[in-house]
Design a protein around this ligand. Structure first.
Ligand code: TNX
Length: 557
């Protein structure tokens, strides 16, 4: 239960977590008594259906705000009311009078201010047959409460009721991420916004925008126009599966592919995400996965080039050369990126950078000698440290894939552990923050069922159940080390996803399983309960026009 201020403490959260299992059972058994069972995803930390009663929206229902002059609060109210108005036809006026608790037929949004601790994204909600009262310490908390409220309503109905419930909710992890690779395939701003809307509905708070890769540079950089003039387009794309070792002749699709986001569009996306309490972390890949940039500016490679934007997938040997001019170029690019993205974190990639060119380059070898480095791994570490200190001078923090551990981690770097959990474990033990994104559980480019029955995917098998069973905190970590696990993220690499429909098919419903992993208390997770709630959520996804993969019933691993 909350204290007087409605604030949830750590102990209370733990207690809540323990209660939820039994509450879930209670919710399940009470299902026939309640007008409609609650189907909220991610499962709130504490939820209790208080009876057979329901709050029924009608033509007289009003929305009241704790401070009617607060524009953010008003905006929040409108963001919830608008779609409900559209679906129900009720006008739901936002009344200009201060809210009075429990006023009949009123949905009250209350911003209580106060402390922001672990639960600064939390909220409390009380739905009775008389009124709805939603309160939080922060606008983000209210926003999450409103997502829950949206999910308590039916999707298509004449019966605009929501079950009477008490909810006290706050996320388990503060980093709840979804990634999207727009380098391999470009997706328009309209889709990026739809993606952000869906992230927000399931309380994901970070969008990792993978903006550059070998096959495409997707962000306008004013000082280096060729990055997009040349680097944003490729001649065509390999047809079908691109095996690492060719066992058949190369066949291209004959269709040029490309596109990029202007700086105005980037600002638009960042603002759109911000209004939904989502932080956008840009990724600018270095020193590897840089062929598109080198096709535009070959002078930053170790060999002369020329380079073309690749039409196949994989790992490419031409990477940035550690010349002074290269650092100048990258700092110029990052300067423009920093101006566009308010996020504290900037992702610099760091993965899959073959060292062949550095081994052969007199210049790279001179840098190794000059800096007293042992080998090319340490040269990569030197590279990343230089970029980190540049970011720090601008008040930003560096994130990189787990390869940045090789040759020594940059002092303040946060590590995204993708090749399993080991990189994350090692980084946490060294006192670095970690985001868990292992291929085993959070790669949404992997198959989600038998490859023989599925459209082409890169490899692997990551079923919905497997995502649901993911535990981001490795048991080998001490409690202290575990505090470095900031959260987890689903990665969406798009080599084999050339359309937005395809992306949606791969992401949904797996993202809903991940949302529960990163939001709900560990002990509250329950596959049967999730499966039941998912059935209702799929109606939301239908309504939103999402091309999710159908769930075969009963949901099996
Ligand atoms: C590895 S995950 C990559 C990506 C590929 C992905 C395919 C990571 C940091 N690098 O470049 O798209 O595998 O699953």
């Amino acid at each position: 239960m909350p204290n007087k201020s409605g604030h949830i403490t750590h102990q209370e959260l733990l207690l809540n977590a323990l209660q939820v299992v039994s509450v879930t059972v209670l919710v399940l058994t009470a299902a026939c008594a309640a007008p409609r069972p609650t189907s909220v995803i991610p499962l709130p930390a504490y939820i209790l259906e208080t009876g057979a009663d329901a709050f029924v929206l009608d033509t007289d229902t009003r929305i009241a705000l704790s401070d009617p002059t607060d524009t953010e609060l008003r905006h929040l109210a409108e963001s919830w009311a608008e779609p409900v108005r559209e679906a129900s036809g009720f006008s739901l006026p936002v009344v200009a009078a201060p809210a009075v608790t429990g006023e009949a037929n009123t949905v009250t949004l209350r911003l209580s201010g106060g402390t922001t601790e672990a639960n600064d994204e939390g909220y409390r909600m009380d739905v009775t047959s008389r009124a709805v009262d939603l309160s939080a310490h922060t606008p983000a908390g209210l926003f999450y409460g409103l997502q829950t409220l949206r999910q308590l309503l039916p999707v298509n109905s004449e019966d605009w009721s929501m079950p009477a419930v008490v909810i006290e909710d706050a996320p388990r992890f503060r980093y709840r991420g979804m990634h999207l690779d727009v380098g391999r395939h470009f997706f328009p701003v309209t889709f990026i916004k739809k993606y952000i809307d869906l992230l927000a509905l399931y309380k994901i708070n970070t969008f990792h925008w993978h903006l550059t890769d070998d096959q495409g540079w997707r962000i306008e950089i004013k000082k280096y126009p060729k990055l997009t003039e040349v680097g944003a387009y490729r001649q065509e794309t390999v047809s079908g599966k691109n095996f690492e070792k060719w066992d058949r002749p190369y066949v291209g699709d004959g269709t040029p592919h490309g596109g990029f986001y202007t700086q105005d569009e980037v600002r638009e996306v960042v603002a759109y995400a911000r209004a939904r309490y989502i932080d956008v972390i840009p990724e600018i890949e270095m020193p590897g996965h840089a062929t598109a940039a080198l096709a535009a500016y070959p002078q930053y490679a170790c060999t002369d080039g020329p380079f073309t934007v690749p039409t196949t997938w994989g790992i490419f040997e031409d990477i940035y050369c550690p010349k002074e001019e290269t650092f100048q170029f990258l700092e110029d690019v990052l300067t423009e990126v920093i101006a566009l993205f308010p996020s504290t974190y900037i992702h610099i990639g760091g993965d899959e950078a073959p060292k062949t060119r550095w081994e052969e380059s007199a210049l790279a070898q001179q840098v190794i000698a000059r800096e007293g480095l042992a080998d090319e791994d340490e040269l990569q570490s030197y590279f990343i440290r230089r970029i980190e200190s540049f970011l720090q001078q601008h008040g930003r923090r560096l994130i990189g894939w787990d390869e940045i551990l090789e040759g020594g981690l940059a002092p303040q770097a946060t590590v995204m552990s993708w090749r399993g959990m080991d990189g994350g474990i090692e980084a946490a033990r060294q006192g670095h923050d970690v985001i868990m994104t292992p291929t085993s559980h959070t790669y949404f480019d992997y198959y989600q069922a038998d490859p023989d029955t599925e459209p082409l995917a890169i490899r692997g098998l990551t079923t919905l159940k497997k995502v649901y069973d993911f535990e981001p905190v490795p048991s080998v970590l001490s409690l202290d080390e575990a505090t470095h696990i900031l959260g987890a993220q689903g990665n969406v690499w798009t080599e084999y996803m050339s359309t937005t429909d395809y992306v949606e098919y791969m992401v949904f419903p797996r993202m809903l399983a991940l949302s529960e992993v990163v939001w709900s208390p560990k002990n509250a997770r329950n596959w049967e309960s999730f499966s039941r709630r998912l059935a209702h959520q799929l109606q939301h996804l239908d309504k939103l026009g999402v091309n999710y993969r159908p769930v075969t019933a009963p949901a099996t691993p």
